[in-house]
Design a protein around this ligand. Structure first.
Ligand code: HEM
Length: 126
């Protein structure tokens, strides 16, 4: 049974996904609230998301096991006010990035469900 990491195309594809996610965030006006929550220089954010996704999907442990723990990733967001609007903007960037990278539709749906669940868990505001 292949891991999600292998099915999605490994680190090369997850690096593309993380980068496209932030490209969409910078480009699409609908994501401006969530863009403004980020540091001006997104280089570090791009890498961290790439590494998080690699580990979460069953690939190499690039930042240590704590990255795959949902409580840990939620705690990394606790200084931010993340309500429904911010969560929807985040999901917009991720679903658009997956579509633009032509990820196979059923895999896109599976990933969307995972992202939806985790982003709902991270949400900490109205
Ligand atoms: C629910 C909507 C979300 C919002 C609005 C959001 C927003 C942010 C922001 C603004 C940062 C940068 C914090 C900083 O540098 O001060 C960040 C960091 C990060 N986010 Fe999110 N995020 C969300 C959901 C997620 C999800 C679902 C994931 C994973 C799939 C994720 C993964 C990460 C990672 C790995 C970091 C870097 C953590 C670190 O090492 O500090 N985020 N997020």
């Amino acid at each position: 049974m292949q891991s999600l990491y292998e099915r999605v195309g490994g680190q090369t594809q997850l690096a593309k996904l993380a980068n496209r996610f932030y490209d969409v965030m910078m480009r699409d006006q609908v994501a401006s609230t969530v863009l403004n929550m980020h540091p001006k220089d997104l280089t570090r954010s791009r890498k961290r998301l790439e590494h998080y996704l690699c580990e979460w999907f069953g690939g190499p442990s690039l930042y240590g096991k704590q990255y795959v723990n949902a409580e840990w990733i939620k705690s990394r967001h606790k200084h931010l006010a993340i309500g429904l609007e911010e969560r929807n903007q985040w999901m917009h960037c991720m679903t658009t990035a997956m579509r633009e990278l032509d990820i196979e539709p059923s895999l896109q749906q599976e990933l969307t469900n995972k992202f939806f669940e985790l982003s709902g868990f991270i949400r900490n505001n109205v």
